[in-house]
Design a protein around this ligand. Structure first.
Ligand SMILES: C[S@@+](CC[C@H](N)C(=O)[O-])C[C@H]1O[C@@H](n2cnc3c(N)ncnc32)[C@H](O)[C@@H]1O
Length: 229
């Protein structure tokens, strides 16, 4: 991924995303960036784990690919709305430039988001490689270390939001996925937009239990896998 030139695009639900012409890949589904993040990561990840573990917090979320910060921001909103502490660890070796992230606005997607708009910028401006509170219930540590070289903390929920296996196959290799799976707590859940059968077979071979969940708009399926208690 040498050519990191970026372009802001508008996806089908009206929300923006970032597109990399150099690899012809966007940070989210063109069928709707906002709807994809809410569906895959918040509803089928965070909410699903919490409904199985209602009294267990802080919730430890690990994300591969901070990117636009959309998943982190939606998680922050969730933690503030439910009053549930979330410790969020995210990796991003290629942080977006300010001229890019300052032109992304997801708060127009729903009236209830408007109040949280300043936190989007706060998430981006926070120092790298240092855990810090961002809001009352949400703590963020974002690291510039690539996944392959990272020391991972135990996590309850994994947001695996790397570029697709076609565009960045090295992040979907069994050795790399194993690092992530090994760091998951018993009862933890792994979610990603990718529904490739090779990924599902790899996760199953590591002992995770897969369930069938619908994909976000424009996709029949996604992947969700649980680590047994
Ligand atoms: C699908 S996009 C990001 C999505 C992001 N969660 C968002 O909502 O914008 C994938 C992200 O993974 C990052 N990335 C690339 N190589 C990586 C690596 N080796 N380890 C971790 N993240 C990586 C990219 O720079 C990009 O921001």
């Amino acid at each position: 991924m040498k050519d990191r030139a970026t372009k802001i695009i508008v996806t089908e639900d009206g929300s923006p995303s970032v597109y990399l012409p150099g690899i012809n890949e966007s940070y989210h589904s063109t069928n709707g960036a906002y709807r994809e993040s809410v569906h895959v990561f918040i509803l089928y990840g965070l909410e699903a784990w919490f409904s199985r573990n209602p009294g267990k917090f802080p919730i430890r979320v690990f994300e591969v690919g901070f990117g636009t910060g959309l998943n982190a921001w939606l998680s922050l909103i969730w933690s503030e709305q439910y009053g549930v502490p979330v410790l969020y660890h995210s990796l991003e070796p290629f942080p977006l430039a300010e001229e890019v992230f300052s032109n992304l606005d997801y708060s127009a997607m729903d009236e209830s988001l408007f109040h949280f708009r300043p936190y989007f910028s706060k998430l981006h401006h926070m120092a790298w490689d240092k855990g810090q509170p961002v809001s009352e219930f949400f703590n963020l540590k974002k690291d510039t270390t690539p996944l392959q070289d990272s020391q991972l903390y135990p996590s309850d929920i994994v947001f695996f939001d790397a570029f697709s296996p076609k565009k960045q196959p090295e992040l979907w290799e069994p050795e790399v996925l194993k690092l992530v799976v090994d760091s998951m707590n018993p009862g933890g859940v792994f979610v990603t937009y990718c529904a490739a059968s090779k990924l599902k077979r790899t996760l199953a071979s590591m002992g995770l239990q897969l369930d069938k969940v619908p994909g976000p708009p424009g996709k029949k399926e996604m992947t969700r896998a649980w680590k047994l208690e």
